[in-house]
Design a protein around this ligand. Structure first.
Ligand code: SAH
Length: 240
Protein backbone atom coordinates (compact mmCIF):
# COMPACT_ATOMS: atom_id res chain seq x y z
CA UNK A 1 0.00 0.00 0.00
CA UNK A 2 1.26 3.46 -0.87
CA UNK A 3 -0.04 6.57 0.82
CA UNK A 4 -0.17 10.19 -0.26
CA UNK A 5 -1.11 13.22 1.78
CA UNK A 6 -1.88 16.26 -0.33
CA UNK A 7 -1.78 19.73 1.22
CA UNK A 8 -3.85 22.07 -0.93
CA UNK A 9 -5.97 25.21 -0.96
CA UNK A 10 -8.46 23.34 -3.15
CA UNK A 11 -9.24 19.82 -1.85
CA UNK A 12 -12.38 19.74 -4.02
CA UNK A 13 -10.13 19.81 -7.11
CA UNK A 14 -9.29 16.14 -6.50
CA UNK A 15 -12.82 14.78 -6.10
CA UNK A 16 -13.48 13.35 -9.53
CA UNK A 17 -9.92 12.29 -10.53
CA UNK A 18 -9.57 10.22 -7.35
CA UNK A 19 -12.81 8.39 -8.18
CA UNK A 20 -12.03 7.66 -11.84
CA UNK A 21 -10.21 5.00 -13.79
CA UNK A 22 -7.43 2.78 -12.47
CA UNK A 23 -6.51 5.25 -9.73
CA UNK A 24 -10.12 5.37 -8.50
CA UNK A 25 -10.24 1.58 -8.40
CA UNK A 26 -6.92 1.34 -6.54
CA UNK A 27 -8.15 3.84 -3.94
CA UNK A 28 -11.39 1.95 -3.51
CA UNK A 29 -9.51 -1.28 -2.88
CA UNK A 30 -7.09 0.43 -0.47
CA UNK A 31 -3.99 -0.25 -2.57
CA UNK A 32 -3.53 3.50 -2.70
CA UNK A 33 -4.51 5.88 0.10
CA UNK A 34 -4.90 9.60 -0.52
CA UNK A 35 -5.54 12.03 2.36
CA UNK A 36 -6.57 15.51 1.33
CA UNK A 37 -5.58 18.27 3.71
CA UNK A 38 -7.21 21.70 3.45
CA UNK A 39 -4.44 24.24 4.04
CA UNK A 40 -6.98 26.90 5.09
CA UNK A 41 -7.82 24.87 8.20
CA UNK A 42 -4.26 25.50 9.42
CA UNK A 43 -4.38 29.26 8.87
CA UNK A 44 -5.27 31.32 11.93
CA UNK A 45 -7.34 34.48 12.01
CA UNK A 46 -10.80 35.32 10.89
CA UNK A 47 -9.93 35.22 7.18
CA UNK A 48 -7.81 32.06 7.35
CA UNK A 49 -5.41 33.75 5.01
CA UNK A 50 -2.72 31.50 3.57
CA UNK A 51 -0.92 33.98 1.30
CA UNK A 52 0.83 37.31 1.67
CA UNK A 53 2.80 39.82 -0.43
CA UNK A 54 6.25 38.87 -1.64
CA UNK A 55 9.17 40.67 0.06
CA UNK A 56 11.31 42.72 -2.29
CA UNK A 57 8.50 44.02 -4.41
CA UNK A 58 6.24 42.67 -7.11
CA UNK A 59 2.53 42.09 -7.10
CA UNK A 60 2.63 38.30 -6.65
CA UNK A 61 1.40 36.51 -3.55
CA UNK A 62 3.30 33.78 -1.72
CA UNK A 63 2.00 30.95 0.49
CA UNK A 64 2.91 31.86 4.07
CA UNK A 65 5.13 29.78 6.34
CA UNK A 66 2.86 29.42 9.37
CA UNK A 67 -0.15 27.61 7.84
CA UNK A 68 2.09 25.33 5.79
CA UNK A 69 4.32 24.51 8.77
CA UNK A 70 1.28 23.85 10.99
CA UNK A 71 -0.24 21.56 8.34
CA UNK A 72 3.02 19.71 7.75
CA UNK A 73 3.65 19.23 11.49
CA UNK A 74 0.13 17.89 11.93
CA UNK A 75 -0.10 15.52 8.98
CA UNK A 76 3.23 14.54 7.48
CA UNK A 77 4.28 11.92 10.00
CA UNK A 78 7.18 9.95 8.54
CA UNK A 79 6.31 10.73 4.92
CA UNK A 80 8.84 12.37 2.62
CA UNK A 81 7.78 15.84 1.58
CA UNK A 82 7.38 16.65 -2.11
CA UNK A 83 6.93 20.24 -3.27
CA UNK A 84 5.35 20.78 -6.68
CA UNK A 85 7.36 23.54 -8.30
CA UNK A 86 8.09 24.82 -11.80
CA UNK A 87 11.69 25.28 -10.69
CA UNK A 88 12.06 21.77 -9.25
CA UNK A 89 13.88 18.77 -10.69
CA UNK A 90 12.15 17.36 -13.72
CA UNK A 91 9.96 14.32 -13.00
CA UNK A 92 11.23 11.36 -15.01
CA UNK A 93 10.19 7.71 -14.88
CA UNK A 94 13.36 7.05 -12.90
CA UNK A 95 12.33 9.62 -10.28
CA UNK A 96 8.81 8.22 -10.23
CA UNK A 97 10.35 4.87 -9.25
CA UNK A 98 12.42 6.57 -6.55
CA UNK A 99 9.29 8.24 -5.17
CA UNK A 100 7.47 4.88 -5.18
CA UNK A 101 10.31 3.55 -3.03
CA UNK A 102 9.38 6.05 -0.29
CA UNK A 103 5.98 4.42 0.36
CA UNK A 104 4.52 7.55 2.00
CA UNK A 105 4.61 10.99 0.38
CA UNK A 106 3.27 14.33 1.54
CA UNK A 107 2.74 16.60 -1.48
CA UNK A 108 2.51 20.38 -1.17
CA UNK A 109 0.50 22.15 -3.86
CA UNK A 110 1.85 25.64 -4.45
CA UNK A 111 -0.27 28.51 -5.68
CA UNK A 112 0.19 32.14 -6.80
CA UNK A 113 3.98 32.74 -6.94
CA UNK A 114 4.72 29.60 -4.92
CA UNK A 115 5.67 28.95 -1.29
CA UNK A 116 7.95 30.80 1.15
CA UNK A 117 11.52 29.52 0.62
CA UNK A 118 11.90 28.75 4.34
CA UNK A 119 9.33 25.95 4.01
CA UNK A 120 11.44 24.49 1.20
CA UNK A 121 14.58 24.75 3.32
CA UNK A 122 13.02 23.25 6.43
CA UNK A 123 10.72 20.53 5.18
CA UNK A 124 11.07 19.61 1.52
CA UNK A 125 12.81 16.39 0.45
CA UNK A 126 11.92 16.49 -3.26
CA UNK A 127 11.15 19.61 -5.30
CA UNK A 128 9.45 18.29 -8.40
CA UNK A 129 8.51 19.89 -11.71
CA UNK A 130 6.33 17.94 -14.12
CA UNK A 131 7.65 19.81 -17.17
CA UNK A 132 9.20 22.97 -18.50
CA UNK A 133 6.01 25.00 -18.38
CA UNK A 134 4.13 26.93 -15.70
CA UNK A 135 0.83 25.76 -14.22
CA UNK A 136 -1.55 27.88 -12.17
CA UNK A 137 -1.43 25.51 -9.22
CA UNK A 138 0.41 22.48 -7.86
CA UNK A 139 -2.82 20.42 -7.86
CA UNK A 140 -2.34 19.41 -11.51
CA UNK A 141 1.22 18.32 -10.79
CA UNK A 142 0.20 16.50 -7.59
CA UNK A 143 -2.29 14.40 -9.54
CA UNK A 144 0.36 13.49 -12.10
CA UNK A 145 2.71 12.42 -9.32
CA UNK A 146 0.03 10.37 -7.50
CA UNK A 147 -1.00 8.59 -10.69
CA UNK A 148 2.50 7.91 -12.04
CA UNK A 149 3.80 6.64 -8.68
CA UNK A 150 0.71 4.53 -7.93
CA UNK A 151 1.11 2.60 -11.17
CA UNK A 152 4.00 0.75 -9.48
CA UNK A 153 1.77 -0.53 -6.67
CA UNK A 154 1.16 -4.27 -7.24
CA UNK A 155 -2.40 -4.81 -8.47
CA UNK A 156 -2.79 -1.24 -9.74
CA UNK A 157 -2.26 -2.17 -13.38
CA UNK A 158 -4.58 -4.69 -14.95
CA UNK A 159 -1.59 -5.86 -16.97
CA UNK A 160 1.64 -5.51 -14.95
CA UNK A 161 3.71 -6.26 -18.08
CA UNK A 162 2.85 -2.78 -19.33
CA UNK A 163 5.14 -1.42 -16.64
CA UNK A 164 8.10 -3.08 -18.32
CA UNK A 165 7.33 -2.31 -21.96
CA UNK A 166 6.10 1.23 -21.68
CA UNK A 167 7.64 4.52 -22.78
CA UNK A 168 10.84 5.42 -20.87
CA UNK A 169 11.35 1.94 -19.47
CA UNK A 170 14.67 0.81 -20.93
CA UNK A 171 15.37 4.41 -21.96
CA UNK A 172 13.16 4.29 -25.07
CA UNK A 173 9.69 5.48 -26.03
CA UNK A 174 7.02 2.91 -26.76
CA UNK A 175 6.31 1.10 -30.05
CA UNK A 176 3.01 1.77 -31.89
CA UNK A 177 -0.12 -0.22 -31.01
CA UNK A 178 -2.87 -1.51 -33.29
CA UNK A 179 -6.20 -3.21 -32.63
CA UNK A 180 -9.07 -4.42 -34.80
CA UNK A 181 -9.93 -3.96 -37.67
CA UNK A 182 -6.97 -5.20 -39.70
CA UNK A 183 -7.56 -2.44 -42.23
CA UNK A 184 -8.85 1.08 -41.56
CA UNK A 185 -9.31 3.52 -44.46
CA UNK A 186 -6.75 1.60 -46.48
CA UNK A 187 -4.20 1.58 -43.64
CA UNK A 188 -3.20 -1.96 -42.75
CA UNK A 189 -1.90 -3.33 -39.47
CA UNK A 190 1.82 -4.14 -40.01
CA UNK A 191 2.02 -7.69 -41.28
CA UNK A 192 4.53 -8.86 -38.69
CA UNK A 193 2.01 -8.24 -35.87
CA UNK A 194 -0.36 -10.78 -37.43
CA UNK A 195 2.38 -13.36 -37.97
CA UNK A 196 2.27 -14.87 -34.47
CA UNK A 197 6.08 -14.99 -34.60
CA UNK A 198 7.11 -13.70 -31.18
CA UNK A 199 10.79 -13.21 -31.96
CA UNK A 200 10.08 -11.14 -35.06
CA UNK A 201 7.41 -9.13 -33.27
CA UNK A 202 9.83 -8.32 -30.45
CA UNK A 203 12.50 -7.27 -32.99
CA UNK A 204 10.00 -5.08 -34.87
CA UNK A 205 8.84 -3.44 -31.67
CA UNK A 206 12.38 -2.65 -30.56
CA UNK A 207 13.16 -1.17 -34.00
CA UNK A 208 10.06 1.02 -33.78
CA UNK A 209 10.95 2.16 -30.27
CA UNK A 210 14.43 3.16 -31.43
CA UNK A 211 13.07 4.92 -34.57
CA UNK A 212 10.50 6.90 -32.58
CA UNK A 213 12.93 7.86 -29.83
CA UNK A 214 15.55 8.99 -32.38
CA UNK A 215 13.05 11.16 -34.21
CA UNK A 216 11.12 12.80 -31.33
CA UNK A 217 13.53 12.66 -28.37
CA UNK A 218 17.14 12.90 -29.54
CA UNK A 219 18.14 13.59 -25.91
CA UNK A 220 16.80 10.21 -24.78
CA UNK A 221 18.21 8.51 -27.86
CA UNK A 222 21.74 9.75 -27.08
CA UNK A 223 21.46 8.38 -23.53
CA UNK A 224 20.15 5.09 -24.88
CA UNK A 225 23.09 4.80 -27.29
CA UNK A 226 25.54 5.57 -24.51
CA UNK A 227 23.99 2.97 -22.21
CA UNK A 228 23.95 0.25 -24.89
CA UNK A 229 27.53 0.93 -25.98
CA UNK A 230 28.56 0.72 -22.31
CA UNK A 231 26.89 -2.66 -22.25
CA UNK A 232 24.19 -1.54 -19.85
CA UNK A 233 21.33 -3.02 -21.77
CA UNK A 234 18.80 -1.91 -19.16
CA UNK A 235 19.34 1.60 -20.56
CA UNK A 236 17.69 3.28 -17.59
CA UNK A 237 17.81 7.04 -17.61
CA UNK A 238 20.91 8.65 -16.27
CA UNK A 239 20.93 11.99 -14.52
CA UNK A 240 22.41 14.83 -16.51
N1 SAH B 1 6.37 31.78 -9.72
C1 SAH B 1 6.58 30.41 -10.08
C2 SAH B 1 5.34 29.79 -10.70
C3 SAH B 1 4.22 29.60 -9.73
S1 SAH B 1 2.91 28.73 -10.41
C4 SAH B 1 7.76 30.30 -11.05
O1 SAH B 1 7.96 31.24 -11.82
O2 SAH B 1 8.44 29.27 -11.06
C5 SAH B 1 1.99 28.24 -9.01
C6 SAH B 1 2.22 26.84 -8.49
O3 SAH B 1 1.91 25.90 -9.51
C7 SAH B 1 3.64 26.52 -8.06
O4 SAH B 1 3.89 26.96 -6.75
C8 SAH B 1 3.68 25.00 -8.19
O5 SAH B 1 3.15 24.40 -7.04
C9 SAH B 1 2.74 24.77 -9.35
N2 SAH B 1 3.47 24.56 -10.62
C10 SAH B 1 3.55 25.42 -11.65
N3 SAH B 1 4.25 24.88 -12.67
C11 SAH B 1 4.62 23.65 -12.27
C12 SAH B 1 5.35 22.59 -12.89
N4 SAH B 1 5.87 22.70 -14.10
N5 SAH B 1 5.52 21.46 -12.18
C13 SAH B 1 5.03 21.33 -10.94
N6 SAH B 1 4.31 22.27 -10.32
C14 SAH B 1 4.11 23.43 -10.97
Amino acid sequence: MISFTIITLFPEFFESPLKSGLLGRAIQSNKVVVNLVDLKKYAGGWHRRCDDYTYGGGSGMVLRCEPLAAALDAVKGSAKVVLTSASGTLLTQERVRTLYGESALCIICGHYEGVDQRIVDEYVDYEVSIGDFVLSGGEYAALCIVDAVSRYEPGFMTNPESLVEESFEGGLLEYPHYTRPEEFRGRKVPHVLLSGHHGEIARWRLEKRIEKTRSVRPDLYRKYLLSTTKGESDGSEKND
